[in-house]
Write a protein that binds this ligand. Structure first.
Ligand code: SAH
Length: 343
C-alpha cells in the first residue's frame, strides 16, 4: 500500500488520451498508450508488470505503479452460482460486489459507496453506517474483477450494492461513461437504483443517458414510506414522483419502481390499490422484491399467494410488473444483505 499515491495518479479511470500522455511522459511512443488502454479495460490487467507487450525494462521500472485495482479479500459462492466478493480497496476499506450468472447474462451488482448513510429500516448495509464515496475507477474495478473471476464478459451492471448512487452522482456518472465507452457495456444494460435524493433525479436526467433507471419506492403512502425510509421525511412521495415524471419527459425512458414486500406492513391489497393511483398514466414498470431476511429486524417475507395477489392488482390495472426473486440468498449476497462482513 503506497499512501503517497493520489487518486489522479491511478491509471484505471483515465481516458485513452490521458494514458497516452502518461506513457509519453515516460519516454514511450504513443501507440503504447493504446496498448495500456486495452490491457486495462479489455484484458483487466492488475499490474503494469503483466503487460507482456511492453518492453521488459520499462515493465520492470513501473511494475509497482498503482493502477487502481482492488484485491479479492474473500469470496463466497452460493448454490445458485452467485458469487459475493469482499474487495479490499487501496486504503484498506472493504466493499462488496456480487456476480450473478444466468444462461445468457453475467450481471454485476456494484457498490457506489463504502457503507450507506440512508439507514433504511429493512436493509443491512445502512446498519453498518457510512464511510466514504467510491471513485469512478473503484466502481469500474468491481466489474473488471468479477469479469475476470468468471472468465466471461459482463453483460449487465446494476448499481444496487452498498451505498446510495445519487449521493455520489458525479463519480457514478463518470463510472457509467467508463463502463459504456471503455469497457464496452451498453448503456441500457446499466441500471442505477436510488431511494431518491431531492433534485438529484433531475440532475441525472439532464445527463440524457440511455441507462435503466430504478427508484426504490417501497411504500404506497407518505406515512408508510417515512416509517421504512428515514430520508423520506425530507422528500415527499409527491415530490419524488414529480421528479420521476420529469425524468421520463427529459430522457424519454421509463422509470422502474422497486417495491420491497414486507408481510403485514406494505403488502396489503389496499397498498397495491394505493400504488396504482400514484402510477396511473406513468410510463413505468414495477419490480416487486420479496423481503430478504437480515438479522437486525424481524420483518417477514409474504407468502407466494400474498405476493401474487399484490402482483395481480397491479396487472389488472395495466401496470407492468415483475417479481424479483433475489439470487445469492444463502451467501448473504441478495438485495439488502450486503455488508462488509463474512458472517
Ligand atoms: N440505495 C439504492 C441502491 C440499493 S439497491 C436504493 O435504495 O435503490 C438495493 C435494492 O434492494 C433497493 O431497492 C433496496 O431497497 C432493496 N433492499 C434493501 N434491503 C432489502 C431486503 N432486506 N430485502 C429485499 N430488498 C432489499
Amino acid at each position: 500500500m503506497n499512501l503517497q499515491v493520489t487518486e489522479s495518479d491511478v491509471l484505471l479511470g483515465k481516458s485513452l488520451a490521458e494514458l497516452t500522455t502518461w506513457m509519453e511522459e515516460r519516454g514511450q511512443p504513443a501507440y503504447r498508450g493504446k496498448q495500456l488502454y486495452q490491457w486495462l479495460y479489455q484484458k483487466g490487467a492488475r499490474s503494469l508488470g503483466e503487460i507482456s507487450v511492453f518492453p521488459k525494462q520499462f515493465r520492470e521500472s513501473v511494475s509497482d505503479y498503482p493502477i487502481g485495482r482492488s484485491n479479492i479479500h474473500f469470496r463466497a459462492v452460493a448454490p445458485d452460482k452467485t458469487r459475493k466478493y469482499l474487495l479490499q480497496l487501496q486504503d484498506g476499506l472493504i466493499i462488496e460486489a456480487v456476480g450473478i450468472p444466468t444462461s445468457k447474462r453475467l450481471t454485476v451488482c456494484v457498490s457506489s459507496q463504502v457503507g450507506c448513510p440512508m439507514d433504511c429500516d429493512f436493509c443491512a448495509t445502512g446498519k453498518g453506517g457510512f464511510t466514504r464515496n467510491l471513485k469512478a475507477y473503484e466502481i469500474v474495478d468491481q466489474v473488471l474483477t468479477v469479469q475476470n473471476d468468471f472468465g466471461e464478459r459482463v453483460s449487465n451492471v446494476v448499481y444496487m450494492g452498498m451505498g446510495e448512487p445519487l449521493i455520489n452522482l458525479e463519480q457514478v456518472i463518470k463510472s457509467v461513461k467508463l463502463l459504456n465507452q471503455d469497457v464496452g457495456i451498453g448503456q441500457r444494460s446499466l441500471t442505477i437504483s436510488t431511494v431518491g435524493i431531492p433534485n438529484k433525479i433531475r440532475e441525472l436526467a439532464e445527463q440524457k443517458l440511455q441507462i435503466t433507471f430504478a427508484v426504490s419506492l417501497h411504500a404506497s403512502n407518505q406515512t408508510l414510506r417515512e416509517q421504512l425510509i428515514p430520508s423520506a421525511k425530507h422528500y415527499s412521495l409527491q415530490q419524488l414522483l414529480a421528479e420521476c415524471r420529469e425524468y421520463v419527459q427529459i430522457t424519454g425512458r421509463r422509470v422502474t419502481f422497486e417495491y420491497i414486500l414486507l408481510a403485514g406492513v406494505n403488502d396489503n391489497p389496499e397498498n397495491a390499490r394505493e400504488l396504482v393511483k400514484h402510477l396511473r398514466g406513468f410510463q413505468t414498470h414495477v419490480n416487486l422484491i420479496p423481503y430478504n431476511p437480515i438479522s437486525e429486524v424481524d420483518y417477514q417475507r409474504p407468502d407466494g399467494q400474498r405476493i401474487k395477489q399484490f402482483q395481480d392488482i397491479l396487472q389488472q390495472n395495466k401496470i407492468a410488473v415483475t417479481v424479483r426473486y433475489s439470487r445469492g440468498l444463502s451467501a448473504d449476497a441478495a438485495c439488502g444483505q450486503l455488508r462488509a462482513s463474512r458472517r
